[in-house]
Ligand binder design. Structure first.
Ligand code: UFG
Length: 327
């Protein structure tokens, strides 16, 4: 199948594009490089520079490449920033996705995979979180993804769309060729590794008085390669007129303190920490119940032990100390 991967120059998008190619698919990457890296686009993928909200460009891409499916990553994805720039987040995520869906429909493309997020659940009533938990986001980011999921569901019944929304928990880790290179970086693991490298003085732990075993927040870290594999399974399984949302996580949580300790062990370096105030909008604990994706897509995490996640991320940083080269 020929697959359009929007945001295929980004962290999860580039690993997924590589994995789709390895699975025998053809890949067209569409990315405006506002946060992605040209060097992250895998060899063998066609590359189109542009914004998914650009109707004319997207129609032209569908027309020229004759794609059969879309895997849609291109989005703004920082919870905190979404509260400061709500219009931009609704525009980049919800509105742009709807434009892309409209263009896909006009081109007769009826398979669509959406990058969604655990942030659609807000603070859950219980963990692990099943997909049947109420969708009640507490951030504009989470809301923008929930809105897009809702549109997908309606488009299945009204326009025959086949869709899948993958609700990621905490993507982390690296492959040999692809790693995490956000500018600025806000995610825990790469920040801790920057401390280990000596590029950053210390890691601030946002609260140590949470209702968790060691007092620091618990997240479900899933290796980026496992996430990419979930996309391949999802796009291959989609059937027109039906859709589903799946949690992509391991079902196991790790605390901020455990991540710091795993980084100390993997790097053999000193990692100074400092307890800082809680970060607004952070829930205490987010852990997936991944049984639906296991049962329906036969997906199971293979590389998501915390140690392997941290070691892979560290290996990538050692090989690419300045991240991806400039375009
Ligand atoms: N943290 C720190 N110090 C830091 C950075 C993070 O203590 O310098 C803590 C956070 O408080 C949180 C944990 O580390 O408890 C993980 O934080 P990240 O910023 O790495 O990730 P989030 O869990 O906040 O966000 C991730 C994804 C979002 C997604 C969200 C779902 O990056 O896209 O999970 O809630 F929306």
């Amino acid at each position: 199948m020929r697959i359009l991967v929007t945001g295929g120059a980004g962290y999860i998008g580039s690993v997924t594009a590589r994995t789709l190619l390895d699975a025998g698919h053809e890949v067209v990457v569409l990315d405006d490089l506002r946060s992605g890296h040209r060097a992250a686009v895998p060899e063998g993928a066609a590359f189109e520079l542009g914004d998914v909200a650009d109707r004319r460009l997207v129609a032209d891409v569908f027309d020229r490449h004759r794609v059969g499916a879309v895997v849609h990553f291109a989005a703004s994805s920082l919870v905190g920033e979404s509260m400061e720039r709500p219009h931009a987040y609704f525009a980049n995520n919800a509105v742009a996705s709807l434009r892309l869906l409209e263009a896909a429909h006009a081109a007769g493309v009826d398979r669509f995979v959406l990058s969604s997020t655990a942030a659609v659940y807000g603070t859950p009533d219980r963990v692990p979180i099943p997909e049947s938990a109420e969708v009640r986001p507490e951030s504009v980011y989470g809301a923008s993804k929930a809105m897009t999921e809702q549109a997908l569901d309606w488009l299945a019944t009204t326009a025959g769309l086949g869709w899948c929304a993958l609700r990621y928990f905490n993507a982390a880790g690296a492959t040999e060729r692809h790693g995490e290179d956000h500018r600025p970086e806000t995610h825990l693991l790469p920040l801790v590794l920057e401390v280990a490298e000596g590029r950053r003085e210390k890691i601030r732990i946002f609260g140590d008085d949470w209702p968790t075993p060691d007092g620091t927040p618990v997240r479900d870290y899933v290796h980026v390669q496992d996430l990419a594999d979930a996309h391949v399974r999802a796009v291959e399984a989609i059937r027109p007129g039906t859709g589903a949302a799946y949690n992509v996580g391991t079902g196991r949580g790790a605390s901020v303190q455990e991540v710091v300790d795993a980084c100390r062990a993997a790097t053999g370096r000193n990692v100074p920490t400092e307890v800082a105030p809680r970060r607004a909008g952070d829930p205490a604990e987010l852990v997936a119940d991944p049984s639906r994706i296991g049962a329906e897509l036969d997906w199971t995490p293979r590389r998501s032990e915390l140690r392997e996640i941290v070691e892979s991320a560290w290996a990538w940083r050692r090989a690419h100390p300045d991240g991806y080269p400039p375009a």
